[in-house]
Design a protein around this ligand. Structure first.
Ligand SMILES: [Ca+2]
Ligand SMILES: [Ca+2]
Ligand SMILES: [Ca+2]
Length: 228
């Protein structure tokens, strides 16, 4: 026995599920559509301002810094990176997701720092540090406090372990992925979409590899973003 709705639609010669889908679309648009299946990684380069001695990885832009990290563990640097050059800077945007402040670190930044063998001294290695700023709108920025001497608060401090090509380590797990963790609570922002990374001139790389070498940026705490 057809329902009243089906009878009504049969009279109009139009399937009722079509009408329902139409109404759902209207409702979704009114409520703000959200991106489906967002990646936890940063999605777009807003601006790259290379410093002196940059060059490495530029032929592979933008993909070289989008997507997951390709870490080579504690003792080896990854070459899946973009060298910023001395004082170089890159501004990145999350498009299909946004980073939110929940318990603990919310954002991971991956460079290619590595330790001297056998790797049991986290203070002894090769580090090219950067400072990190975040923003919701790409206009107003908040900088994470950092100290070059202790490397605390800098990106480029810790080796990268996650590499989906070679292991099963979750690149969004701050306990396992390696890289440098940042907590939005420390800058008082509940949500951000933009990340700006600036080389601090501490390294000694040459031949196009000067400065901070960016591998990837991932969100630990992330939600799909509403499309505009
Ligand atoms: Ca993303
Ligand atoms: Ca947090
Ligand atoms: Ca470098």
């Amino acid at each position: 026995m057809p329902s009243d709705l089906e009878l009504h639609d049969q009279a109009r010669n139009r399937p009722s599920r079509f009408r329902l889908t139409g109404w759902l679309l209207v409702l979704a648009t009114a409520c703000g559509f959200r991106f489906a299946d967002p990646t936890p990684f940063v999605d777009r380069i807003v601006k790259f301002e290379p410093g002196e001695g940059a060059g490495f990885g530029q032929d592979k832009l933008p993909d070289i810094v989008l997507g997951p990290p390709r870490g080579h563990g504690k003792l080896e640097p990854s070459d899946h990176v973009l060298s910023l050059g001395k004082g170089g800077r890159i501004t990145l945007e999350f498009v299909d997701n946004e980073v939110i402040d929940e318990d603990g670190p919310d954002l991971l930044i991956f460079e290619n720092a590595f330790l001297k063998a056998p790797g049991d001294d986290p203070g002894s290695g090769f580090f090219e540090l950067a400072k990190v700023e975040v923003s919701l709108d790409g206009v107003e920025w908040r900088e994470f406090k950092f100290d070059i001497l202790s490397r605390k608060g800098c990106a480029g401090h810790h080796p990268v372990l996650a590499n989906p090509d070679e292991n099963e380590i979750d690149p969004t797990d701050p306990e396992k992925a390696g890289g440098d963790p940042f907590d939005l609570k420390d800058v008082g922002l509940p949500v951000i979409r933009f990340v700006r990374i600036t080389d601090l001139g501490t390294g000694s790389g040459a031949n196009g590899t000067a400065g901070f070498d960016l591998d990837a940026v991932s969100a630990v705490h992330s939600r799909p973003r509403k499309a505009e």
